[in-house]
Design a protein around this ligand. Sequence first.
Ligand code: SF4
Ligand code: SF4
Length: 93
Amino acid sequence: MPDCQRCGGCCAWSETWPVLMGPRDGEGIPDDLIDFDNERMQSHGHRCAALDGVIGTRVGCDVYDKRPLVCREFQSGSDDCLMVRRELGLERA
Ligand code: SF4
Ligand code: SF4
């Protein structure tokens, strides 16, 4: 199973991915990390603003306990996970 703490690929895949599913999703996340206009996490390029560390080496989520539902449901080792890792060249991370 891929190690999310070394990877971080899905958190840097697309700015449109970490969406908020309703007003209570992501409750408690600081306002400056949320893109309220588009109802998703704020990003820097494709990278979620809450992602800390170096992709493919060591990463962490600054709002892990409050992260959106889509982040909670994304499964390490799933087809989508493996596709992201392949596309970003993180297969060995
Ligand atoms: S792409 Fe997969 S292994 Fe990488 S952080 Fe996301 S779920 Fe974890
Ligand atoms: S909120 Fe956390 S888990 Fe979700 S995309 Fe951002 S860094 Fe990744």
